[in-house]
Structures are given as structure tokens and as C-alpha cells.
Design a binder for this molecule. Sequence first.
Ligand SMILES: NC(=O)c1ccc[n+]([C@@H]2O[C@H](COP(=O)([O-])OP(=O)(O)OC[C@H]3O[C@@H](n4cnc5c(N)ncnc54)[C@H](O)[C@@H]3O)[C@@H](O)[C@H]2O)c1
Length: 320
Amino acid sequence: MARTAPDSVSRVAIVGTGTIGASWCTYFLARGMAVAAYDPMAGAEARTRGFVERAWRDLEALGLVRDGAGPDALSFAASLEDAVAEAEFIQENGPEDQAKKGALFAAIDAACPPETIIASSTSALVMSPIQAHCARPERCVNAHPFNPPHLMPLVEVSGGDRTEDEAIAWTMKFYTAIGRVPVRLNREVYGHIANRLQYALYNEAVRIVLDGIANVADVDAAVRNGPGLRWGIQGPFLNYHLAGGEGGLERFYEIFEGRDKGNTDRVARQTLTDEQKRILADGIAEMLAGDDAFAELTARRDRRLVELLRLRARMEAGEL
Ligand SMILES: NC(=O)c1ccc[n+]([C@@H]2O[C@H](COP(=O)([O-])OP(=O)(O)OC[C@H]3O[C@@H](n4cnc5c(N)ncnc54)[C@H](O)[C@@H]3O)[C@@H](O)[C@H]2O)c1
């Protein structure tokens, strides 16, 4: 049978309903899909149903519950095979262990329809050694969410050596169709994108504390009140592009390169060749797609910062 169109999926399977699986159950149900779940742990069904009930109101508040959608469309299967037998998409959320994921993928692959995409939520494992256990490795992808996936929009999509481009393209369209924000990796790497970035920041935060430069509270305050606020609006590239003023990223390098060149500190900015700088500047131009007027970009950033700061004031007043 042909693969279901990515914007017409109505039956999904969730394998493993712990922290991540229960959250995915909630999201898929809210988007109007029937969810067949499987988890061998005693009490998994009651725990998952309890989670869905509690999380549902957050999705209602966000306007993400489709007409006619409801928690009743969740069924728990007695076996893995029953859960995946009719699935048009499968999200695997079992333990973070390569051997266990390999065995789980082999069992899913043998029991589900041959065209169905099998996606793993794995945080740091790569797909190639996992899909090696499957008869149809071409439909196996990594689709890494952020906790909790029913609220966090990001899904990082990558394939292994034997994943077909078509399977990755389908997966990107599927998550987009259900209101998530997928990003694509051109090759599989440990930690995908966002955890690599998080680890870089966290490793340095730890070093700052252990080297006696600042205490834990001040490091957290520095992130929350400085770059963390802006990161709610824009990523590191647009951020430094705007830091360069009208001249953008290229001018940003001109301004700071001299100062940074002789710096041997472990966090010193890397010195880049002209060609490398051009790759980054081209990437920013592609991302902005013509919406690149400096005055408008900074005005928009500031409008959004004002809204975030208002929200922060409500938090600090104890309202949230
Ligand atoms: N916790 C996070 O912040 C986070 C974020 C993103 C991705 N992930 C990834 O999601 C996956 C699940 O992580 P988690 O935090 O939900 O772990 P968890 O321990 O809460 O859940 C794992 C679940 O898998 C079940 N399980 C064990 N063997 C199984 C089997 N054979 N078949 C089906 N289910 C089985 C367990 O009973 C458990 O309920 C991991 O790969 C992890 O890397 C976790």
C-alpha cells in the first residue's frame, strides 16, 4: 500500500509511554488522531491516561485541540505487535539504550505495515546501528522532541545510512502538518542540534562555577536575564547579525575579530576564513528571505522583548 499522505494521518502508534511517550500521546490525540499505545510496565495505562487528562487543558488553552478530538481515542494494546499493526506513523519512546532500541525497532519493523514511518525519540543515539536490525531500514528516522513534546514545538529529524530521503521529507511534512516545528539534520550526529548547543552552554556554566568565577545562582540569572530572554525570540545567528548593526554579521566580525584573535581562553570566538564567514552570511540571507531591513528587524525584536518582559513581570509578581 502507498504511504498515507503526511497531512492525512489518522492512526498513530506510541511505543513506550514514559515521560516522552505519554506527552506525545496527548499531542497526537489533541490533533485528532487515534493513538494505539504499548508499554510493558505495570500501571502504564493508568499513568498515561492520568497524564493525558492533566495535560489536555494546556493544549485547549493553546487552541491546539481539534474539533472532535478527545482522550477517548487512546487505546492500550496488550502487545507491541497489536499496537503497531495498523499504524500510519509510529513514535518510539523506549529506554535510551542502543541494544534495546535495536531490538524494539526490529520487532516494530516486523509487525507494522511495510510503508509506515518508524520514528525514534532518542536524544543522543544515532539511527544507523538501530535500523541495521530492520528488514526495511529505509523508513526508519530519528525524530527528537523536547520535553514535554505536547508543549515544545521542536522536533529534530535525521536519518541513518540507510534512510531514504523520501522518508525524511515525509516526516518533516507530517510534523509540520500537525503544528510542530521540525528541523532537518543533513547527517546524524550525537546529540542532534539543540542538545549539542545546550551541552556547550552547560559545560561552560559548570566550569564558571567550579573555577570560582561566579556562583550557580548568578550563572542562572545571567542566562535568564540576558541571552535567554532573546533566545525566546531569535537564534544565535540572527542575534549576532543584529549586533553588527546595519552591516550585519560581516560588520560584527570586523568589530570584534581584532580583540578576539589573540585570546587563548577556552571560550574564545573562533577565527573564521572569509569563505566561512560568507557561508554564514549567506545562510542568514536565506533565512531572512528578503525580510532583512535592519530597522524593522530590531523594532520587531524590541516589540517582542517588551511582551516577554511583561510576561516576566507577571511571573515575578507571583501571577504565573
Ligand atoms: N526525558 C527527556 O527529557 C527526553 C527528551 C527527548 C527525548 N527523550 C528520549 O525519549 C525516549 C524515552 O525517554 P523517557 O524520558 O520518556 O524515558 P522513560 O523511562 O520515562 O520511558 C521509557 C518507557 O519505555 C518503556 N519500555 C521499556 N521497554 C519497552 C518495550 N520493550 N516496549 C515499549 N516500551 C518499553 C518503559 O516501561 C518506560 O515507560 C528516550 O530515547 C529518550 O532519550 C527523552
